[in-house]
Design a binder for this molecule. Structure first.
Ligand SMILES: [Zn+2]
Length: 331
């Protein structure tokens, strides 16, 4: 497989170089699976790390939080008994209930724990993610069995306000619907051998392949959709509800390591999407991107390029990210 990339360059008269003609460059790359493009800029830092006092905001928001232990059982909804007989799903500390505002036919919210209102990314561990993700897998399995007309499944996270989360208390969201999202629809059309070809190509090149953790392949995305994009592929599994205990644990461990890496790089907000499809041979995949940190006078990481041109423009390169990730995804 050819990984397509092209550097665009033109001269500007640069005041930082006595107004002499100086090349100004940007690299365009195309995603190996879907063909969308991304722009990589070098030299600038578009997404600065943060020294924002997240813990102090945590203390303030805990006072009225619906997901904290004092309130969560009194104010969150229950599933209908034919879907979840016990109303809500628990696994370890994780606690899952219906989204009060449906985002899809079957729509769930799951807390890592009612007690974990403040959960900075360096404190996230494999078992914490495993129990939350496990509660979601349980939910998606029950929903797809209950309603075979809703086969499109994803498990997602908006973490902290810049990522789109309306609540401070960290959580994931599950979606089971009769219709795919645009990304699901496009990924479902990718032939099975193209996933394999992409993974084989990245493994051979070695620049962005981060490792295989318990059967889950981890990569720095070649043409990222957002900042510091990490991708995971789970060959042999096509949708989240098919994850067995072993692969659930492996995927959770990788997600925790990815979030620990983001913390180390100075980031506290991210989006996650774990995307399945009801298509034979489809490969379950997950994607994580960093979002802008909470801080005064911050620059949003989503500008006209991302919002209206459907093309990310990011700083740094996937290769630098892979170097930074080091051996952490290698078992
Ligand atoms: Zn809370």
């Amino acid at each position: 497989m050819e990984l397509k990339r092209e550097v665009q360059s033109s001269d500007i008269l640069d005041p930082r170089n006595d107004y002499k003609p100086t090349p100004s460059t940007v690299e365009v790359r195309w995603d190996p699976l879907l063909g969308y493009s991304a722009r990589l800029v070098t030299g600038g830092r578009l997404l600065p790390p943060s020294d924002f006092d997240l813990e102090a905001l945590g203390r303030r928001t805990a006072e009225t939080c619906f997901f904290c232990p004092d309130r969560v059982e009194a104010v969150t909804p229950l599933f209908a008994p034919e879907l979840v007989a016990e109303g809500r799903i628990r696994r370890g500390e994780a606690f899952l209930f219906p989204n009060i505002q449906a985002y899809s036919r079957y729509s769930s919210v799951s807390l890592y724990s009612p007690a974990l209102h403040y959960l900075p990314l360096d404190r996230i561990t494999g078992p914490i993610v495993r129990d939350n993700l496990g509660a979601q897998v349980d939910f998606t399995l029950r929903a797809t069995r209950h309603d075979p007309g809703a086969p499109w499944v994803s498990i997602n996270a908006n973490h902290m306000l810049p990522s789109g989360s309306s609540l401070f208390h960290p959580h994931m969201q599950g979606s089971v619907d009769p219709h795919p999202t645009t990304m699901q629809e496009q990924l479902a059309r990718v032939p099975a051998d193209r996933f394999q070809d992409y993974l084989d190509t990245e493994r051979r090149l070695g620049e962005r392949h981060l490792g295989n953790l318990g059967g889950v392949e981890w990569l720095a995305g070649f043409a990222p959709l957002g900042f510091n994009e990490l991708r995971a592929f789970v060959p042999g599994v096509r949708s989240p509800e098919q994850l067995d205990e072993e692969r659930l644990e492996a995927l959770a461990e990788g997600i925790a390591r990815a979030l620990n890496l983001y913390a180390e790089m100075g980031y506290q907000s991210f989006n996650l999407a774990i995307v399945g499809a009801p298509a034979e041979g489809h490969v379950l995949s997950a994607r994580l991107v960093c979002r802008s940190n909470l801080q005064e006078l911050y620059r949003s990481d989503v500008a006209y390029f991302e919002r209206l041109h459907w093309q990310a423009m990011v700083d740094g390169s996937p290769e630098e990210l892979a170097e930074r990730a080091g051996d952490r995804f290698r078992g």
